[in-house]
Design a protein around this ligand. Structure first.
Ligand code: ZN
Length: 262
């Protein structure tokens, strides 16, 4: 089996000379002036019959790669096993408790800070990881109170959603293994995408995952409209991501500057 597209950026050959990955040496890191790291956060969880369990991991690895390239940052290996308890009834799903994920993020941020990094950008590709939000809100205050010049920023792959009007057919209710994710998978590694199995529409709010398992609510396990997916839509969505993420980072910097000059 040949490695999926997402493994591509772990080879030095595929990397631009300035972006760092786990394939670089300590000397490469010493010689590199960037103080920004990018951590892609995926999941290993069922995605219906048509997509592999590593879907979020593959997608977020590809998107974070594009962002790290733009920022000339250190692209960390994708954190693959995360908070997927809502898929635990499906064999192949592996998950951490949400509290464990929060502690993992704290430790990663702190270790980067100790070795001289000043900014960690989390790129999250899995909706179930919503503990990331209160985690970074607290972590940024903890760093500030301790006098550490370190910031953790959270960007979700959903940041593109506002700009996908006109690209995707379904802007609402396309949550998991649907039109968007299936399109991105067709773009990145279509050999791993199968024909979706039909299931009745999922008629409950997404937060019902607090009470029920995804496969109990959805039948085949996906939530959305994979039948509307296409490779071209995947390409267009993927191209939007780095632009949206860079705009968001610029916005934060603009606010920081304006606060300093007040
Ligand atoms: Zn997914």
């Amino acid at each position: 089996m040949r490695p999926p597209e997402s493994a591509r950026h772990y080879t030095l050959k595929g990397c631009p000379p300035l972006m760092l990955t786990m394939f670089h040496t300590r000397n490469d890191f010493e010689a590199h002036s960037s103080v920004t790291a990018v951590l892609p956060i995926g999941a290993i969880e069922q995605h219906g019959s048509h997509l592999p369990v590593g879907t979020d991991t593959i997608i977020v690895g590809e998107l974070a790669h594009r962002l790290a390239e733009r920022l000339d940052a250190y692209l960390l290996p994708t954190l693959s096993i995360t908070a997927s308890i809502e898929h635990r009834k499906s064999k192949g799903t592996v998950y951490l408790k949400a509290d464990t994920l929060a502690l993992v993020i704290r430790d990663i941020a702190d270790s980067l800070r100790v070795t001289g990094y000043r900014k960690l950008i989390l790129v999250n590709g899995h909706g179930g990881n919503w503990i990331l939000k209160p985690t970074i809100r607290q972590l940024n205050r903890d760093f500030e109170d301790a006098g550490h010049a370190m910031e953790v920023i959270l960007i979700t792959t959903g940041i593109v959603n506002k700009r996908t009007v006109g690209i995707v057919q379904h802007t609402e209710g396309d949550i998991h293994g649907g039109e968007k994710e299936t399109s991105l998978m067709l773009h990145f590694c279509e050999e791993h995408v199968k024909k979706p199995v039909q299931q009745p529409p999922t008629a409950v709010p997404q937060d019902f995952l607090d009470y029920f398992d995804a496969v109990d609510l959805t039948g085949d396990g996906y939530w959305g409209f994979p039948e509307a997916a296409s490779k071209e839509k995947g390409r267009l969505i993927a191209d939007l991501f780095a632009d949206c993420a860079v705009d968001y980072l610029d916005q934060i910097e603009r606010v920081r500057k304006s606060l300093k000059t007040e």
